[in-house]
Design a protein around this ligand. Structure first.
Ligand SMILES: [Mn+2]
Length: 288
């Protein structure tokens, strides 16, 4: 069985973008970085960190991912070919190794650090900030093109320039922290305006700070008509998988891995409804 790949569909974060750039050295196909996943129907694609649970349908495709708890190789019922290796900290490293592509160690480390939110090196801090200042407007096509061509110097210069606006994110982060509240005794949450570039950028940083204080942290993105989506994170062995399952039964798409994942409201949900759904899902954990 041979999959015909007509496009590369990738997660739009640093890891996904770098992975797509690397993969496009050997697969000549247009790149797509969809911001909205729930309504997508994907066929004949190479999917990087885009998995069946996150989209409407996905078939006849190559799925490459490092999220999950089990190794997976081979073909599923939708004729998808899987390369799933949870031992990798980043899908970009997985892709580089699998196809033996040149990927400088410094960049490999930086992207792994960004993807696991453990920023140690100067480069990882820079590219983290460069992404956070404008996650939506991140020039994914151009960045992937630079990765494809190995233009690491240009990519670094772009990141250096971009991160100069980061103090605005730091200011917003403080505001989000100030309005954070307990949802359950072990859970802290805050809301942010999904369409506000600065709040959206700051939400991730605010989560990381709260994760040091509370077992479960939730950031809820809201827009005019109600709840848009959210991110759930933990640094403890809490079993977020069960929370995703619960949410899927309550009108959301939801998934992710053991320490961080997300949900998107499929139908209109008010903040009050979503808070109640989350409370139920978390309380369910205690009963099992
Ligand atoms: Mn990743």
């Amino acid at each position: 069985m041979k999959i015909k790949i007509q496009k590369i569909v990738a997660h739009g974060d640093w890891d996904g973008v770098a992975g797509a750039g690397l993969l496009s050295r050997i697969i000549e196909a247009p790149l797509e970085f969809p911001l909205e996943l729930t309504e997508l129907t994907i066929e004949n694609a190479a999917c990087i960190e885009i998995t069946p649970g996150r989209v409407k349908s996905l078939r006849n495709s190559l799925i490459i991912d490092h999220h999950g708890t089990q190794q997976r190789e081979g073909v599923d019922e939708q004729v998808n070919q899987w390369i799933l290796k949870p031992e990798y900290k980043a899908v970009s490293s997985l892709i580089a190794d699998h196809w033996q592509l040149e990927f400088p160690q410094e960049w490999r480390n930086a992207i792994e650090e960004v993807d696991t939110a453990t920023l140690k090196t100067e480069l990882s801090k820079k590219i983290w900030k460069a992404y956070r200042v404008d996650a939506k407007g991140f020039p994914r096509q151009q960045a992937a093109e630079m990765v494809k061509k190995g233009e690491w110097k240009q990519l670094r210069e772009w990141a250096e320039k971009q991160q100069e606006e980061y103090p605005k994110i730091e200011e917003k982060t403080r505001e989000l922290l100030e309005k954070s509240e307990h949802l359950t005794p072990e859970t802290v949450y805050f809301t942010f305006q999904f369409n506000d570039r600065w709040e959206r950028g700051a939400s991730k940083d605010a989560m990381l700070i709260l994760e040091e204080k509370a077992p479960i942290v939730i950031a809820i993105g809201v827009e005019e008509k109600g709840v848009k989506s959210g991110t759930i994170a933990t640094r403890q062995n809490i079993g977020l998988t069960k929370i995703y399952q619960q949410l899927r039964q309550q009108g959301y798409t939801s998934g992710g891995h053991k320490t961080v994942g997300g949900f998107q409201a499929l139908k209109n949900k008010t903040l009050e409804q979503t808070l109640q759904d989350l409370r139920n899902a978390i309380n369910q954990l205690k009963q099992t």
